[in-house]
Design a protein around this ligand. Structure first.
Ligand SMILES: Cc1ncc(COP(=O)(O)O)c(C=O)c1O
Length: 405
């Protein structure tokens, strides 16, 4: 009999969330003697330090003691107005401040939505592979995972619809879909417009909700943006999640979720129970930044730099990778997905050969699927490495993979 006072559900979460020693991998990733393609960090040199410093000091100077007080759990009204105006402008939305909850990064939004929808009797569909942080958040609620494979234009809808049909007859009906439609983490794939439209219809038809998680959406380096899934939603079934982590600074810990006012009120209640509110000071500093500085101009600068890094990585992969390794060609975001066409264990390769011999780190595929143990893929990050490191690192990586074949 288990007499431990620790709640097993959460103990399992910790046990399951690091299936392949990823914590060690991220340690190796911050060691300066290694070239790290592992993290999902923005380029540290691109944070607008002076403008953010001014925003913090001016926000305090303008508001005096009031800035150190509690604020609304949803976030200060003015900030919500600014965020929803920006969201509506970028995505042809028609939302107002009652439709937005400001969270501690997109990660908290994912966790709060999981609290609202998931338990051991629910089915959760997600892209396979997907963002590891979301898998870790979902695992705490022990849903049944339905892994939906990716195609070049986003998740495979034929398989998804089949799973939806099958799940209707079970006690683990699919209640929630988690998707990253723009420059997906980890594959870099973007979902086509018809698929977005169809997903919104399916949600209504099969009575499920959608987390549209899109922190990389504004980091498009070429081509035209696709409409959001939310823009096709006529039934309040989409919760759109985004964040300032990739376009401004992850240290601010500011994300948000946009959805029906009913769901947002429920999520705000859950947030209040978790952490009362996000820090007033940081929220007010962001509000000041949005009013007095030009975020879009800053994002344009980021795009120029990241586009060059993405191009350098694609060129290096094209020149050096052996033909039995395929890779995606994203139009934005932070990641490229590399896939061995034969049976291959990327985790073993990285831990035993790549890291010790070449000092190169990446994220092997196995931790990026909640259920299946797919070993032949790798996520390569290009945002927080220099172009020189990209050229050197990819050439070395390709050389080792050629030798290992
Ligand atoms: C797809 C995706 N969603 C959410 C997050 C969470 O980011 P944050 O909590 O910093 O906003 C990340 C971070 O890497 C991500 O890649």
């Amino acid at each position: 009999m288990n007499t431990s006072p620790i709640n097993n559900q959460f103990a399992n979460r910790i046990a399951n969330s690091d299936p392949s020693g990823l914590a060690d991998l991220f340690m190796a990733s911050s060691d300066p003697k290694n070239i790290s393609f592992a993290g999902g960090y923005p380029d540290t040199s691109l944070f607008p330090e002076t403008d953010l410093a001014t925003s913090f000091s001016q926000a305090i100077a303008n508001q005096h003691q009031a800035i150190f007080q509690y604020t609304d759990a949803k976030g200060p009204l003015k900030l919500r107005e600014q965020l929803i105006t920006r969201h509506n402008f970028n995505n042809n939305g028609q939302f107002d401040p009652a439709n937005i909850l400001v969270t501690q990064g997109g990660q908290q939004a994912i966790d709060l939505i999981s609290r609202l929808f998931l338990n051991t009797q629910t089915g959760l569909a997600l892209e396979a592979p997907t963002y590891m942080g979301a898998i870790a958040a979902f695992q705490a609620y022990e849903p049944t995972f339905y892994e939906i494979p990716m195609e070049e234009d986003g998740l495979n809808l034929t398989i998804f619809e089949n799973e939806l049909k099958k799940s209707q007859a079970t006690s683990q009906k699919i209640k929630l879909l988690y998707t990253i439609p723009d420059f997906q983490n980890p594959t870099g794939i973007t979902m086509s417009t018809p698929k977005r439209q169809r997903l919104a219809q399916l949600a209504k038809e099969y009575n499920f909700y959608i987390i549209e998680d899109s922190p990389y959406r504004e980091l498009r380096y070429h081509g035209e943006p696709q409409p959001t899934i939310q823009s096709f939603d006529t039934d309040d079934r989409v919760l759109f999640v985004s964040s300032f982590s990739k376009i401004l600074s992850p240290g601010l810990r500011i994300g948000y979720v946009v959805g029906s006012s009913k769901l947002i009120t429920q999520l705000a209640g859950l947030k209040a129970a978790v952490d009362v509110q996000s820090p007033t000071l940081t929220l007010e500093a962001l509000s000041y930044y949005l009013e007095h500085f030009n975020l879009d101009a800053h994002i344009n600068q980021l795009k120029v730099r990241y586009q060059a890094k993405l191009a350098a990585m694609l060129t290096a992969l094209t020149i050096h990778m052996p033909s039995n390794l395929k890779f995606t060609k994203p139009s934005g975001g932070f990641f490229i997905w590399l896939e061995h066409q034969d049976a291959f264990d990327m985790n073993d390769f990285m831990q035993q050969i790549c890291l010790p011999q070449a000092h190169i780190v990446f994220v092997p595929s196995n931790g990026q699927y909640p259920v299946s143990n797919v070993t032949n893929g790798a996520r390569l990050n290009f945002s927080n490495v220099s172009i020189l490191q990209i050229q050197l690192g990819i050439e070395k990586l390709a050389h080792l993979l050629t030798t290992e074949n």
